[in-house]
Structures are given as structure tokens and as C-alpha cells.
Design a protein around this ligand. Structure first.
Ligand code: SF4
Length: 367
């Protein structure tokens, strides 16, 4: 099978749209508000034009699936303060460079002012930086979900093997299933079904999502990123609601095993421990983050550099928190497209290409 075009085939997509319409009709025309919790899904849905093709009773909500966007204001303030320290070198993925802290400062500003900030493309690049700068403490900014965290854990194991003493990780990693539970616990939650993240699910498999259907009677469908993948997932959600039979199912079998990736999870469990974490707009969610295990304390930037999360105020006027919970569309933020644009982002949802506000701006406004 040609995996690059088969799942974008217009005839296949038309057939799936008809199947979706039939399932919605047979379900009494009830609205289907589905939320995706993956930045790649956010972009795929906008970029493919699917939003414009969906039946009027289907509403797309973007959830807390963009790693940069969910990084809390206090976490941003912490790494901005850290960048000002002597003998610290920050290693970060490029997206974080433009995320504004509570006072509007970014790592880019810090870099311009002389801070040691390096953009990397893999955690292994951070190991190389540490080896090349033995007089500095290299701090890798660990953000992202279950997909990214195993690669960071692998880098930490390699650092130990290589005897690197100056490589550390500031772990702000987040876990998806506890965030879904937090969203569903909100009395104002308007989500009828979840489009579950394909990448994260390659690690987790289906088991950690079972509570969606079991405890909250909410369908959850693991989906790929092509239009036919997403439409098939919507069909399955609508059919589950038609039949009053919510379930968690895998509609991305070409990439996701129902059992996930046990080896990647084993590496995660060796290096990290679940811990409460702060999410932008949602707040503290129990056991929704990863802290570094005691055996790896020498690589834990929090302990090694005596870091404490500062008390900060949210960015004035920015509604990212509500956008991330699906309670407000990006263009319902008063700053959208005015003071906040991709060229001059006020909040993180406008920074990352995977952020809801940036995707909305690029594909909806610029069209
Ligand atoms: S438009 Fe800008 S300020 Fe408003 S929610 Fe989005 S990122 Fe935040």
C-alpha cells in the first residue's frame, strides 16, 4: 500500500463523510463535539481542509496537545531566569525560543543579551554540547509528552554510560491521560469524544485511555494524521454514540500496537517518576508529569541547581488557558490577529506551528 497517498484519496474520504452523515442521522442528529489532544492533529485538520467539510453538527475542539502551549507560565519563567545564570548553558528545541514569559521576555531576548542558549534537534545534541563545554552545566529543557520523554530518558542513560557530569534535564514532561481525566472532571466540559493522539499512543497503547469509556462513557479513538484516518475516527465516534456503546479503539493500526511500546515505557519507568504537574490554563493535575527518579538525581536540574517554580501572574489578556480546554475558539480571544500574531505572539498557542491559535491564524484567517 502507498502510505503517502492512500489515506488522502478523495473517493475514500467522500465515502467516509457519507458514512459519518449516516451515523449522525441515525443517532438523532445529536451534535458531536470532538477534541483532539495532539498538535499534529490540530495542523492536519486545518491543513487538509477537513474542518470545512465536516457536517454542521460536528464541532472540532483543540485540546491541550501542543507541548509548548501547555508549558505553564511558572515553568517558562523558571527557564528564563535560569538562562541568566553564569556557567549554565540551555539546550532547547527551537519552539521554546519564542515563548513569552509573564513579562514578555523570551529565550530569544536572553540569547540576544548574551545568554548561552543552543537550539538542538535531538536530546543527543545536548549530550554533545555537554561534552564540548565541560566547564558549564548544560540544562536540557525537557518538554513534551509520552512520545518525547523516552528519547530524553535514553539520552540520560547514554550520559551515564559516557560519564558526562555536566548534563542535566529540567523535566517539564507531561502525561496525556491524566489531562483528559481533568478535562472530563470539569463540570463545564463540552467534549463528546476524544481523537486520541497517534504518536503518544505508539508508546502507551490503549490501556491508559480505557477510563474514558469505562468511567465517563466518552468514546476515544486513536487516529493517524491523514484525512481518511481522521474521518474514520469520527465515523467510529458517531457510531459508538448512535449505538450508545462508548469504547476506546485503535483506528491507526499501521502505526500503533494496542499494547503500545513496552520497551519505551520501561526506559521511562527507569529514569522518571510520575508527579503532579502544572498545565497552562488547567493548573495542577495529580500525577500528570514526570520528575526524575532518585537514581538520576545528579542529572536533575531542579535538584542540582536548587530551582523552585516562581509564583507568576498569567500573561495579561491571553486566553490560551481557555483555548487549551476547548472553551474558547482562538478568534474569540480579543488579542487574536490584533496584538497577537505569529510574527508577534503574545501567548504560546500562537508561537508553535502546532498551537491552536497559530493554526487558526494560518489556515482560517490567511486561508
Ligand atoms: S490569540 Fe494569542 S493571546 Fe489570544 S489566546 Fe491565542 S496565543 Fe493567547
Amino acid at each position: 500500500m502507498d502510505y503517502t497517498s492512500a489515506f488522502r484519496d478523495p473517493a475514500l474520504c467522500r465515502g467516509l463523510l457519507e458514512r459519518l452523515a449516516r451515523a449522525l442521522d441515525a443517532g438523532g442528529g445529536k451534535p458531536l463535539r470532538f477534541m483532539e489532544v495532539c498538535g499534529t492533529h490540530t495542523v492536519a485538520i486545518f491543513q487538509s481542509g477537513l474542518r470545512a467539510l465536516l457536517p454542521p453538527s460536528v464541532t472540532h475542539l483543540s485540546g491541550p496537545g501542543c507541548p509548548v502551549c501547555v508549558t505553564h507560565d511558572a515553568e517558562v519563567a523558571m527557564f528564563l531566569n535560569l538562562a541568566e545564570r553564569d556557567s549554565v548553558r540551555i539546550a532547547t528545541f527551537g519552539d521554546l525560543l519564542r515563548v513569552p514569559g509573564p513579562d514578555g521576555r523570551t529565550l530569544k531576548h536572553a540569547l540576544a543579551a548574551g545568554a548561552r542558549v543552543d537550539i538542538i534537534y535531538s536530546p543527543l545534541d545536548a549530550l554533545r554540547l555537554a561534552a564540548g563545554h565541560p566547564g558549564e552545566t548544560v540544562v536540557f529543557l525537557g518538554i513534551g509528552f509520552e512520545t518525547t520523554a523516552p528519547t530524553v530518558a535514553g539520552a540520560m542513560l547514554m550520559a551515564r554510560q559516557q560519564g558526562l557530569k555536566n548534563f542535566t534535564v529540567l523535566s517539564f514532561h507531561k502525561l496525556v491521560p491524566p489531562a483528559l481525566r481533568a478535562l472530563l472532571e470539569d463540570p463545564e466540559c463540552a467534549v463528546d469524544a476524544f481523537l486520541l493522539p497517534g504518536h503518544v499512543s505508539t508508546i502507551l497503547g490503549l490501556e491508559p485511555y480505557r477510563f474514558l469509556a469505562g468511567e465517563y462513557r466518552t468514546p476515544g479513538v486513536v487516529a493517524g494524521f491523514d484525512p481518511a484516518d481522521i474521518l474514520l475516527a469520527l465515523c467510529l465516534m458517531a457510531e459508538q454514540r448512535r449505538d450508545d456503546a462508548p469504547a476506546v479503539v485503535n483506528a491507526y493500526r499501521r502505526a500503533v500496537d494496542d499494547n503500545g511500546n513496552p520497551r519505551a515505557r520501561a526506559v521511562l519507568e527507569q529514569v522518571f517518576r510520575p508527579a503532579d504537574a502544572l498545565w497552562r490554563g488547567i493548573g495542577r493535575i495529580p500525577a500528570s508529569g514526570l520528575t526524575i527518579a532518585p537514581d538520576f538525581a545528579d542529572m536533575d536540574a531542579m535538584r542540582r541547581l536548587d530551582l523552585v517554580l516562581p509564583e507568576v501572574k498569567p500573561i495579561p489578556g491571553c486566553k490560551c488557558g481557555e483555548v487549551l480546554k476547548g472553551k474558547r475558539a482562538p478568534d474569540a480571544c480579543p488579542l487574536f490577529g490584533k496584538t497577537c500574531t505569529p510574527a508577534n505572539p503574545v501567548g504560546p498557542c500562537m508561537v508553535s506551528t502546532e498551537g491552536s491559535c497559530a493554526a487558526y491564524y494560518k489556515y482560517h484567517l490567511e486561508g
